[in-house]
Design a protein around this ligand. Structure first.
Ligand code: PMP
Length: 360
């Protein structure tokens, strides 16, 4: 008898841990508040829902592989040339395209840690080596990140605001950092939460990239535009970068429904930005309430807050689960809690208050 053989896979998968999304808890009474994935708490606008329904009538056909109308709409809205835009299946899809376009054995990618979890998972998958630079006080340590760039580094991520801490880096620090990164290394500024930023010192990446041949800006329709379930994100970068990254687009990745909904969301932007304003107000209310309860919370510039909990993280997360409030715990570090509707936020604040009271 010949020895049993099994199909062979890439060795990187042996140790690989796939991306784990936020979960959904339910209280014994059946309440469920999902504050674990930084989504918009609002359902789609009627105008967007109508477009989604109409687009549904055409799903026997493949989508426009070039996303032409969507790219035109993004170009018009943001005042950038169409040739500077690449779209993908959410901004994680674009992140994967970026890594596919630079990934080779021996190549390094630098990013802060902790930051967005997709960076290590997608870096591992594309076969590049991650170089993680610890945050200082929950903020990017840009000087150390610049020190970590070597001639093996082809890409650096800066997440602004940072997920999961919600902290930001300012224009002056960013520009000093950009000046230190060699031009043959891509800088990817992930601005998934840019619409929620109110700190005036934080630049809009789209104002910076034109002067930098190696700067790419990542944006998403999943947060402020409320289309997380449809998976659309985009990159704006100088044409040579966009042209290379577009080559890695998996055919027909962005569905026709998603393309239509993203265009409709741009058309309905002012209503969507009013909703963002309400979330920003709620963020202020949640932040102030947490501070009044005695928590130390870093400045929150995205649609979530970060609670530094250390060893208490999993106990806190379990207390939230029991009340039907799902948060995103990072064992030994802290919990990220999305800003939801006022009712959801009140439910979270009640758990946070009871937790502190029980500890004192
Ligand atoms: N970047 C950051 C920093 C994020 O937090 C997220 C979503 N959690 C994304 C990108 C990805 O968003 P999407 O793929 O839904 O566009």
């Amino acid at each position: 008898m010949s020895e049993q053989r099994s199909p062979r896979f890439r060795s990187v998968l042996d140790e690989y841990v796939a991306y784990r999304p936020g979960k959904v808890a339910r209280s014994p009474e059946g309440r469920s508040y999902k504050l674990s994935s930084n989504e918009s708490p609002y359902g789609p606008l009627p105008s967007v829902r109508e477009v989604i329904a109409d687009a549904g009538g055409l799903v026997n056909r493949y989508p426009d592989n070039g996303c032409t109308a969507l790219i035109q709409a993004i170009a018009t809205r943001f005042g950038v040339p169409e040739a500077h835009i690449a779209v993908g299946c959410g901004s994680v899809g674009v992140t994967q395209m970026l890594l596919e376009s630079i990934g080779e054995p021996g190549v390094e990618v630098v990013y802060a840690w902790r930051s967005f979890e997709a960076y290590p998972t997608l870096a591992d998958l594309s076969g590049v080596t991650s170089v993680r630079v610890p945050l200082t006080d929950e903020t990017h340590d840009l000087a150390k990140m610049a020190d970590a760039v070597s001639d093996r580094t082809r890409l650096v991520f800066v997440c602004n605001p940072n997920n999961p801490t919600g902290t930001v880096v300012h224009r002056r620090e960013l520009e000093a950092f950009f000046d230190r990164v060699p031009e043959d290394c891509l800088i990817v500024l992930d601005e998934a939460y840019t619409e929620y930023v109110r700190d005036p010192e934080v630049p809009n990446g789209l104002d910076l990239y034109a002067d930098r041949p190696n700067l790419a800006i990542l944006r998403t329709f999943s947060k402020a535009y409320g289309l997380a379930g449809l998976r659309v994100g985009f990159m704006v970068a100088p044409e040579p970068i966009a042209a290379q990254v577009r080559k890695t687009y998996l055919p027909f990745t962005v569905s026709s429904v998603a393309q239509a909904a993203a265009i409709a969301s741009l058309q309905a932007e002012s209503e969507l930005l009013d909703r963002v304003e309400s979330t920003v107000k709620e963020r202020g209310r949640v932040y102030d309430a947490l501070v009044a309860q005695g928590w130390t919370v870093p400045p929150a510039e995205a649609n979530f807050v970060w609670l530094r909990l250390g060893e208490d993280t999993m106990a806190f997360s379990a207390a939230c689960d029991a009340a039907g409030v799902s948060v995103r715990p990072f064992a030994g570090e802290g919990a990220r809690v999305s800003i939801g509707s006022p009712e959801e936020n009140d439910a979270f604040l009640a758990v946070a208050e009871a937790y502190r009271a029980a500890r004192e």
